[in-house]
Structure formats: C-alpha cells, structure tokens
Ligand binder design. Structure first.
Ligand SMILES: *Cc1c(COP(=O)(O)O)cnc(C)c1O
Length: 464
C-alpha cells in the first residue's frame, strides 16, 4: 500500500516518465524494424512479492519489452487491416483509464449519455439515418458480428412466438443463414453462439469478385419459404475488398423475410468520401451493421461498433436484469446491448478523434490510404517481377512475385514474404485470390505517405 500511495503522490513525475517513453517510441518508428523480432519463449520472471514501484516498472518496460514490440502504429505496417492511432484518440484512450467510468449501467455519470451521442456522431459520419438505428460500442467487429447473430435469431424466434434468449436454441426451427463471403470472425461466432461453423448456406459468388450472385441468393431465399432467415453481406471483403450490392440484397431480404446483416468493418469508411461512397450504397437499408473504430478511424484497440434497427431484439438477447442493476433512467442500459456488463468508456477516444479532426479528417485518412494503395499498385503493374492478384478498389493491394520457370508459386511467395518482413522496412501478410497465393498489403494508417511507398518498393525489390 505504501508504494501505491508514494506513486500517487509522485504522479506528475511518473506521467512525465511515461510521456517521455511514448515520445521516444514515436520518434523511433521510422528507424525501428516494422516486424517485431523477439524470443517467443521470453519470460518476465517471477511474480514479485513486493513491487518496486511504477518508475522501475516503466524502466523495465522500456528496456525489456518495448524493443520487442512491432511497429504496428508506424506508417509501413501493412499487415491485416491495422489502424494507426491519431494523437487525439490516444489522449482519449489515456483519459479513459484516468476517469475509469463504467458505461454498462446508466445513471452513474454523463459517460453513458456521451456514448449515446458518440454513436449518433458515428451514424452521421457514415450518413446513416440516426433516428432509425441504435447501437453499442464493442471490443471490435468480432463482438459486433456476434451481436448481429444474437439479435437476428431473437427476431426470428419472436416471429414464431418465443424468445431464444429465454428458451434456448432447441425450439428454433432451422434458422437459415446465407452468405457468400462471411468473414472468418462471423464463422467463429456461429460456433460461439451454438449454431456451428456449418450453419452457413453458401451463396455463389460473381465470377470476378467475392460479391454474392444475386440470382443464386434469390433462389436460395425462395427455397426457404416464409421462414425467417439471415443474410450476411459484406461491405469490403478482407482480401479483395469487394462490396455486395446492398440495395439489391436489401430488396430480396424484404421480399423473403430475411434479416440483412452487413459486415462493414472497414468498408463502412467508403461512405465518408464522395469518390468511394457509392461502393457502400444501400448500407442504410441493413437491419444490422458491424464496424471497427480500431481500423480506419485510427482509434486504439479494442474499439468497434454495432448498429441495428431492432434494438429491442438486441436488448432481449443480451438482457441482464437484477435489482441492484436497476436504474429506471432515460438512458439505454448498455449492459443489455452487449456482451460485457462492465464497459469501459469506449466512446471517449472515438469522440476525441471526431471532435479534433471532424468528418474532413476521417475522409482525408481514407482518401490518402486509398491513394497510397493506388501508388503501390501502379508500381507493381509497371514492375517485371510482380503482378496484381486482383484490381485495387480501395486500400488493399494483393500481389505476387512471379515464379520463374518451374518454380511453385506458393512456395516462392511464402519465402518472398518472409524475406520481405525480415528487411524490417515493412510488414505484410499472405493473401490468396482464387487459390493463387501471394502477399497482401492493407493501408489503414494516417501516417503513411508517398515517401513510405518509395521505401516499401525498395524493400520489395530487395526481397525479390
Ligand atoms: C477485421 C474484420 C473483422 C474482425 O474484426 P476485429 O475488430 O478484429 O474483431 C470482421 N470482419 C471484417 C470484414 C474485418 O475486416
């Protein structure tokens, strides 16, 4: 206890120490290896009986941990779909811990209200009708996809006169879930929610994209008769960034009694800029929408959101009622709209970045990332050693190193990717389009600029 009190008294100096580490880290980003090099069996030693205080812990962190972290907030980290962190979002995130509010139960502070308001800002940012949608902030798109499934099946059971939340899944007759390119996290959530990975009825894709073949979807919807169904559409698939024709799919869903869920984890940001907006037309017709703030909004992990037109279904699916939780207030009970009962003040970093940079700031990140993807794509098209695996529509570039006579494409590209990441100049992950393996680079960070593309192409040449 004495150590805690001493640290609390010494707060300003400790915070300055942490600030200095943070500052050194940001300054080191251009020079440090982008992909972390570390010992996967490293130990942090035994649990101390008595601690040494926060200053020593900070020193140990900077010396023994920080050097082995990846440069994922830097401008040349292009693995997965990894957002950077804006200065305002980072400050917001730090203040979340400072004030440590619980937003789950309303009536405790204005933090719950702020969450409602921040959700409204997000809806406005994406040009979605804010009077039609309610939402909740989540740990990410995976959690949002689970909420979509829970809400949709609650809607389905409601049509049959009962509630899955109350009576369980056994009573629910076959609840058909149709999708062409559901994200792997939706498939994972099918298992978590008790449906199983195989619960998806696959819909055919269009010949040159991962988007749904509408005729096949219509046929399969008709086959299910009047029973309630769920269609899981994509606004931005992870590898080829394909968008489903949401307007047409919404029409089919209405006609055939299906809940339309759109996984728009990063594709939703297409709606922030006029050049890209039409890609995600029709999103405003969805029954539920998944999005991530820790990707293109450049808010620190873990930050996602879920929007739905049927918040009553969500609130039944996630209901938690107990006398000690009762509030009776005018604010929503976020503990009944999500998985976690205690919820950190997730709205604050989102609100901070939107307050600091506005709609324009978000649009400029999105536009710049797409421009950078375009520059890399142009270079690849011009080069003799590489080719694109699919056209670049948004912020992702999938390409491969061309195998030389007799070489196996996949082996060549896996080895190439390993060498590329060892250069320390960039980090990319594998991508596969129509069974052809290659490398995938996703631009999602406000920091990335023209000079980075030069460094990245140099790394590509060297690794080739
Ligand atoms: C990233 C992503 C997810 C999973 O998101 P997490 O934030 O990692 O949970 C789901 N769907 C799509 C389309 C994604 O891009």
């Amino acid at each position: 206890m004495r150590q805690i009190t001493r640290d609390a008294e010494d707060w300003r100096r400790l915070a300055q120490h942490a600030l200095a580490i943070s500052d050194r880290f940001f300054r080191s980003l251009p020079a440090r290896p982008v992909a972390a090099q570390y010992d996967p069996h490293a130990s942090i030693g035994p649990l101390p009986e008595r601690g040494d205080g926060a200053a020593r812990a900070l020193e140990t962190f900077e010396k023994a941990i920080l050097p082995f972290l990846s440069g994922s907030v830097g401008s040349r980290y292009l693995a997965y779909v990894t957002g950077g962190v804006t200065p305002a979002a980072l400050l917001g995130d730090w203040l979340v811990g400072t004030v440590d509010q619980d937003v789950g139960s309303p009536g405790d502070s204005i933090a719950t209200r702020m969450t409602v308001e921040t959700i409204r800002w997000l809806l406005e940012l994406f040009d979605l009708p804010s009077h039609d949608y309610d939402g909740v902030l989540t740990t990410g798109a995976t959690a949002a996809n689970l909420l979509a499934l829970l809400a949709a099946r609650e809607w389905a059971s409601g049509q049959q006169g009962f509630s899955v939340a109350e009576s369980g899944l056994a009573l629910l007759p076959r609840f058909e879930i149709l999708s062409a390119s559901a994200h792997i996290t939706f498939v994972k959530m099918l298992a978590v929610a008790g449906h199983g990975w195989q619960a998806i009825t696959p819909v055919a894709m269009q010949p040159d994209s991962q988007a749904m073949d509408l005729r096949d979807l219509e046929q399969k919807l008709k086959g299910g008769g009047a029973a309630p169904k769920m269609v899981v559409a994509s606004a931005g698939t992870v590898t080829t960034t394909d968008f489903d024709d949401l307007t047409a799919i919404a029409g089919l869903c209405r006609r055939h009694n299906a809940w339309l869920h759109v996984d728009a984890a990063f594709g939703i940001y297409a709606r922030c800029t006029p050049q890209l907006r039409s890609l995600a037309d029709g999103l405003e017709l969805a029954d539920s929408i998944t999005g991530d703030a820790h990707k293109w909004l450049n808010v620190p992990y873990e930050s996602g959101f879920f929007f739905t037109r049927h918040s009553a279904c969500l609130e039944t699916a996630c209901a938690a009622s107990a006398v000690y939780l009762e509030s009776g207030g005018a604010e929503p009970e976020f503990l009944s709209r999500g998985i976690e009962s205690s919820q950190r003040f997730r709205a604050l970093p989102i609100w901070m970045t939107l307050a600091a940079y506005g709609r324009d700031g978000v649009a400029s990140i999105v536009e710049r990332c797409c421009r950078m993807a375009g520059l890399l794509a142009q270079w690849i098209v011009r080069s003799e050693r590489f080719d694109l695996l699919c056209p670049v529509r948004l912020n992702v570039v999938c390409f491969r190193l061309l195998p030389r006579n007799g070489e196996d494409n996949d082996t060549v590209n896996d080895a190439f990717l390993a060498r590329l990441n060892q250069t320390g100049l960039t980090r990319m992950t594998p991508g596969s389009v129509k069974g052809v393996r290659g490398v995938r680079a996703a631009f999602c960070n406000w920091r990335t600029e023209e000079g980075d593309i030069e460094t990245i192409t140099l790394a590509l040449q060297n690794a080739a």
